[in-house]
Each structure stands twice: as C-alpha cells, then as structure tokens.
Write a protein that binds this ligand. Sequence first.
Ligand code: FAD
Length: 362
Amino acid sequence: MGSAALYHLARSGVAAIGIEQFQIGHDLGSSHGFSRIYRNFYDDPLYVALAEEALPLWQELESLSDQKLLHLTGLLYFARPGNDNVEQRMGVMEALKRPYERLTAQEVSARFPALRLPEDSVACLTPGAGFLDAGRSVLAHLKQAQRFGATIHDQVRVDRIDLSGESPVLETSAGQYRCERLIISPGPWASEILAELALPLRVTRQQKFYFRPKNRAPYQPGPLPVYGDSDTKFYGFPDYGPGLKVADDGLGAEFSPSEVDRTLDLGKRDELQRWLESIMPGSGFSYVEGSTCMYTLTPDRDFLIGSHPRNPNVLVGAGFSGHGFKFSTLIGKILADLAADGATDYPVERFRLDRFDKVGGA
Ligand SMILES: Cc1cc2nc3c(=O)[nH]c(=O)nc-3n(C[C@H](O)[C@H](O)[C@H](O)COP(=O)(O)OP(=O)(O)OC[C@H]3O[C@@H](n4cnc5c(N)ncnc54)[C@H](O)[C@@H]3O)c2cc1C
C-alpha cells in the first residue's frame, strides 16, 4: 500500500519520501512472493466496484513499467452441494450483470483438462479475474515512483510518530523527519506503531507452499485458472514462478508481527498437497518451497482507510484483512488523494477508522 501511495503521490507531482524498515523486496510482511488473486467475485458490491476501479490502474502500471503484472486467467470457485457461498456470489454477479459462467465438474474438465472436481460440485468461472505478480507489482510502484521524483529511504525504522505539534514528526532509526502530510501503511505492524489508537487488529500467520507437476504444460496460466474451494477454504494458482502456489484462507495462529513463528507447518503442507492431488490427480506433484505471510484482520474484515483521529494531515491505511493486494494500486491512489487534496472520489466512507468504538485513543 505504501509503495502504491508513493507512486500516486509522485505521479501527481507531490514531493514524497517513502520510508521502509527493511530492505526493498523483503519477505517479512504481507506483500512478497509471486501471486495474489485479482477478482471481482465478491458477495459485497462495494468490493466488486473497487476491484474494477483498480483494473485500469494496474494496466497503467503495466504499461509504464513495460511488463506483465496481471494475468487474467479466470478464477474458478467451487463448492459441494449444501454450501451456498458460490451460489450467493453468483447471485451478486447476476444482479450486477457481471460476466460469470456456472459450470458442472464435467464442463470444468472439458475446459481445464488438469482439473477433476467431485462430480456433484457447483463451480463458477469469472473470466475477468486472475492473479497479480505481487513482488513485481511492489517493485514496479517503487520504480515508477522514483521515476516521477519520489525518494525511498529503506532500512529506516519509524520508532515513534509525534503528533504534538502542527506538523507530524517521525522519530526513526535514521533521525527525525518533519512532514507536511503523512501516510501510514505499516501492514501487520499497525498496532505497534499506532498503539495509542488501540486499533482492533489481529495478526495471523498464514503459509503458502509451492508444488511442481511432472509435466508442466497443462498447469500454466491459461490452461489452468486460479482456483478456490469454498468447502476447505484452500485455493491455488497455476504454475508460475517456482510452481503451483497453494494456501489455506482459513485463519492461522495469532502472533505479534515481530515474533511470528516462520517455521513451516509441514502438516498443513501435506494437507494442501493431498487437496491439490485430489483435484488434479496424476500430476506427480513434488514439493518445492514454502513461506510465511501475515493477515492483519479487522473484526468485520473491511479495511481501515482514513484520517488519524487526532490529525487530519495524517492518513492511515491498515487492516487489509487478507484480501487487500488486488486493490493496492487503488488504495495507494485513495491515500494519495486524501493526503494531497483532503478528499477522494472513491467510496471509502465505510472504511473510516472511527467506525469501531474504541478507536480514537489519547
Ligand atoms: C498468504 C497470503 C495470501 C494473500 N492472498 C491475497 C490474495 O490472493 N489477494 C489479495 O488481494 N490479497 C491477498 N492477501 C492480502 C494482501 O497480501 C495484503 O492485504 C497486502 O499485501 C497488505 O499490504 P500492506 O501494505 O498493508 O502490508 P505490508 O506489505 O506488510 O507492508 C507494510 C510495510 O510497512 C513496513 N513497516 C511497518 N512498520 C514500519 C516501521 N515502524 N517503520 C518502517 N517501516 C515499517 C513493513 O516493513 C512493510 O514493508 C494475502 C496475504 C497473505 C499473507
């Protein structure tokens, strides 16, 4: 979110500095790796609209940086009878007149030969969905931000934000920064750096694993879409980077972000491999690698975007609740608009920080 905000600020001619505690490209937060789902397949029209608003911004970033970031492979979401989650979302697509296809398990295999879903599955394909190359997207935002004049100070940790004077002051490991406006998007570290706001956030440990099939051709983006199972909450990507990435959207254990246990849960890995083999039998998957990432969850899983209760010149973007990446270029624009102009045309009223009773702090 920070890299996107920096890009949009610089693009609109604002002199901006981006501050990051680790090295650029690190894998210790929430935005590293090869893939995040891009979809408008939500049961909530607000997120459908925001995903669609993000699309031209992603395309613009692709064009400026002359590389492919968004792979529109389609998203196949499926469930067994009795689980109405897929039906509900199809209802939203129907009501909003968005393209989707209801498919039987047989039709899924005819379309994507690697996939063999249980015969009685209900499946929905949304053609305008796919995945973003996460690591490249962050770097593209940063590189374009620099091209438009922004400065990046990495390996600089913000220890304290002083809001006692007119201008916000950052106390950092590299000294003080006095700012006219400030955007804070600290990911899982939000509760630490914004401790006085008592934000109702929980950080969970999530893990993702890569598997490589024997014959890679049928598993490439295109022959295989992004896929998600509403019953297990497991989901996966086509073969991209080290292999097929698979993860569990169910919530992992809670941690504080600096103490998260990054030891890989091999039981979860094996469970995900068994699931993958069950929907793509005969693939001969071998395990490649795994890594840890964090969800930062609000109680309602809606985001926190808006001004700091104590200072309208300070904007906060946090609590992206495990589904924020697809919107990140748009959220960067929204934060940049709010910081530069005090207003945005995008519908973010629902994300106000003060919607939770306790937020406000001293
Ligand atoms: C396993 C997994 C799968 C996901 N899948 C999807 C998906 O398919 N689709 C989707 O849309 N979203 C997905 N998400 C969610 C999405 O990745 C996140 O919502 C998003 O990346 C959050 O970005 P962020 O900028 O808030 O946090 P981060 O990427 O963690 O960025 C915060 C940055 O702030 C820096 N920082 C923090 N504190 C300080 C400080 N004091 N001083 C200096 N720097 C600081 C951190 O080092 C970090 O670089 C997934 C998340 C995970 C973990």
